[in-house]
Design a protein around this ligand. Sequence first.
Ligand code: SF4
Length: 103
Amino acid sequence: MKSSRRSFLITSLGVATTVALSRQAFADAPKATEADPTSQALGYKLDATKVDKAKFAKYAPGQDCSNCTFYQGKATDAFAPCPMFGGKQVAGKGWCSAYNKKA
Ligand code: SF4
């Protein structure tokens, strides 16, 4: 009885530590650069207003990462992870061709 309670405590502690560590990893995720192969493929720009409009006709002014479905942060966050970039952080003011307006 005693040992099962102890193992429960150890397990709980392990879970709490894992959650804390993954949150930390999330916040420390590297930032995607425009030179990254994914950025090149998706036309990612740190500044949405610099998007190549001839190449990405779907871009419309006002679209940026902060109002995209995939942005994993608050709209006010300067950077947040994006699953399209393997969890790397993208700029709230950025844009890429996988943009999907948040409902
Ligand atoms: S998918 Fe959305 S959040 Fe991610 S880089 Fe593209 S526009 Fe930004």
